[in-house]
Design a protein around this ligand. Structure first.
Ligand code: NAD
Length: 416
């Protein structure tokens, strides 16, 4: 296996350790770590200025033993191959842990969406879809939103794919607008799932959820909804941040108002009554619960010893490096791993795919109650494995997930 650092190296190390516990041989570990397919494309885009610019795009399909590949598409300057490979692998474990009939995938385009107009993003999305269309599809690989992509981008993917097929194929992507087959509850699902597991984790760790103080890093799709719901369900959100910085108010923020302030000014900074903090300072605040919901590699070997929270709930993918994991563990800080904590999004994506295939729409109460039940059950399953002697919750989750995928690979056998 590759032995480089970062998210990819960390994910491979987790698989190695889980495999040793389950008793998997090297050949199986190699199959479980290496992606099955890496698709690299060049995406020519006509800029509004009339110039032509070439972007690099990736779609990584990690393991499809348990079903069609599933995973988001992100637009980000650092959506590089290794990162997308690691994120695809995390999706394999997440889908297996949650018992969703999917394998893992991830896609990315190396670009700065803040420097592209809406029309440029549309042209980029439609060309990307055209380049990868033979590899995606409702039974092959089903993309979804991720960093800097959302329902609008998913609608363009669905429309472009459908134009090529000659008929409407809503089930090719999830996270679509409701008007074209999106699921009720999907946009808030990841943040809702984070809130459900935070509540469960507080209970398991002897923390009073209703009184718990929380800091949330990142105020995008996941972070803003998690902060709002944590607030609504009774926790005290005292700090939030986005890429331009953070705010702190020890008495508790009115998160809905912070959302309004961000919509008006473009950032959370300067919210009335709050003190500005940097993103680094936010991670070190003396709170009960820290929710990193921005990007990977935020809690590192450098700052893990400064984290004051009792509980870290990984709403983002890979926010904690392996070095930081070790330090948090030694310091007795409980961490709810990403493949469990942020799995609410892919769970409701699965509901969306099912609804599209059946052409039958669920109401939002059904979506939310099935999501809450699954998140709670999966949290307890992972916690029970952890409490039966596993070293931490991440390893407990990996052990469950890796074993399921290994069983599927073994039971299918090898063709030819
Ligand atoms: P998003 O683009 O909507 O939001 C990202 C947020 O992070 C923005 O508020 C941005 O300003 C902020 N940010 C960026 N860099 C930062 C930094 N250095 N410090 C603090 N904040 C910073 O993305 P999202 O969809 O909310 O995804 C966030 C994370 O959650 C990613 O790791 C993603 O892979 C993961 N995730 C997303 C979903 C989903 O349904 N969208 C599902 C599972 C996991």
């Amino acid at each position: 296996m590759a032995n480089d650092g970062g998210l990819w190296g960390g994910a491979c190390r987790c698989v190695d350790r889980a495999a040793a516990r389950i008793g998997l041989d090297k050949a199986m570990v190699d199959r479980l770590t290496q992606p099955e397919r890496v698709i690299k494309v060049k995406i020519p885009v006509r800029r509004d200025s009339g110039d032509l610019e070439l972007f690099d795009g990736y779609r990584v399909q990690h393991n499809g033993a348990r079903g069609p590949y599933k995973g988001g598409i992100r637009y980000h300057p650092h959506a590089l191959e290794d990162e997308v490979k690691a994120l695809a692998m995390l999706m394999t474990w997440k889908c297996a842990l949650m018992d969703l009939p999917f394998g893992g995938a991830k896609g990315g385009v190396v670009c700065d969406p803040k420097k592209l107009s809406r029309e440029e993003v549309e042209r980029l999305t439609r060309r990307l879809t055209t380049e990868i269309r033979r590899f995606i599809g409702p039974k092959r690989d089903i993309p979804a939103p991720d960093v800097s992509t959302g329902p609008e981008v998913m609608a363009w993917v669905m429309d472009t794919y459908s134009m090529h097929e000659g008929y409407t194929v809503p089930e090719v992507v999830t996270g679509k607008p409701l008007s074209i087959g999106g699921s009720r509850g999907r946009e808030r699902a990841t943040g809702r799932g984070v809130t459900v597991v935070t509540k469960e984790a507080c209970r398991s760790n002897g923390l009073e959820f209703e009184d718990a103080t929380v800091a949330v890093q990142g105020f995008g799709n996941v972070g803003s909804v998690a902060a709002e719901m944590l607030n609504e369900w009774g926790a005290r959100v005292v700090a939030v941040s986005d890429s331009s910085g953070g705010i702190h108010l020890p008495g508790g923020l009115d998160v809905a108002e912070v959302g309004g302030h961000k919509a008006e000014t473009g950032s959370v900074s300067g919210f009335r009554g709050s003190t500005d903090v940097t993103n680094e300072e936010l991670l070190e605040l003396d709170v009960d619960v820290l929710v990193p919901a921005a990007l990977e590699n935020q809690i590192t070997g450098e700052n893990a010893s400064l984290v004051e929270a009792d509980l870290v709930v990984e709403a983002a993918n890979g926010p904690t490096t392996p070095e930081a994991d070790e330090i948090l563990g030694e310091r007795g800080i409980t961490l709810v791993p990403d493949i469990l904590a942020n799995a609410g999004g892919v769970t409701v994506s699965y509901f969306e795919w099912v609804q599209n295939i059946e052409n039958y729409w669920w109401d939002v109460d059904r979506v939310n109650s099935e999501l809450d039940e699954i998140m709670t059950r999966k949290f307890r399953e992972v916690r029970d494995v952890y409490e039966s002697g596993e070293e931490d919750m991440r390893m407990a989750a990996y052990r469950i997930a890796v074993e399921k995928v290994a069983n599927a690979v073994r039971d299918r056998g090898l063709w030819p």
